[in-house]
Design a binder for this molecule. Sequence first.
Ligand code: DON
Length: 311
Amino acid sequence: MPEQPDIDHILREIYATLSPRFGEGKVADYIPQLARVDTRQFGMAVLTLDGATHLVGDAETAFSIQSISKVLMLTLALGKHGESIWNRVGREPSGSAFNSIVQLEAEHGIPRNPFINAGAIVMTDLLLAGHTPREAIGEMIRFVRSLADDEGIVIDQAVAKSEQATGDRNRALAYFMHAYGAIRHPVDHVLGVYFHHCAVAMTCRQLARTGLFLANDGRDPVGGGSVVSRSRARRINAMMLTCGHYDQSGDFAYRVGLPGKSGVGGGILAIAPGHAAIAVWSPGLNAQGNSLLGSVALEMLAQRTGWSVFG
Ligand code: DON
């Protein structure tokens, strides 16, 4: 049996090493409410399959999960529509920015993958089938609360409003896809739901707990219930590995070696299959819109634990 890494020690070491750099990177100022966040905050949570919780720094402070919600949108859309979703969205890395428009025209309104904004907007359209916008938002928040086993998780309405007020780029993507018939519901309904999903607020501890089923073949190792099948969990992890960091996905796979999904709130959810779910939060972003220190912290964690999907 390989020796269990001392995760608390590793987290303390990561915190101490990175603390002189806290505040590096730039907040996402295109969503004004996110621009108000103090960039010097840093938190990390590691939840292992035996149910142990390891925390460091601001791991109990809620932040906007933003695009990390795209993993949940994909999981819900697969649950509702099965593999037929792949008729509406691709599963290739885009090599472009998360909010890129150019590729969409060349590819006739079919987004490259469910984790770029255009792809997540299509997933939201699928989640609206048979639902009012309010019901679709309710379905997401109930799903998150049940995964996290925490009824206290809420949507930050100020963030949702802030993005609604400034979301012209997403509006452009959505209208463009609507013109191709790639979106079937009214654009304002789809975007209203999409913005609310992005505005779910969670702490690192809650986020890691939410993702734990992906580290355990689709089953909740604590509550014991099955969330998705084993093959579906593997496939969601495959999407996170190949597409979870947009045009930095290759770099993240090279440096960290784990499936991960970032958000412009500065959070990253990473999955070490068979070991743990990890959430890190550091609001300063790099040029690709991913948490700058968050990915450094995950690289250090992966090195020190030996966790990797590449053996
Ligand atoms: O739609 C947007 O632009 C944001 N609500 C989410 C983007 C995001 O988190 C990209 N991730 N790094």
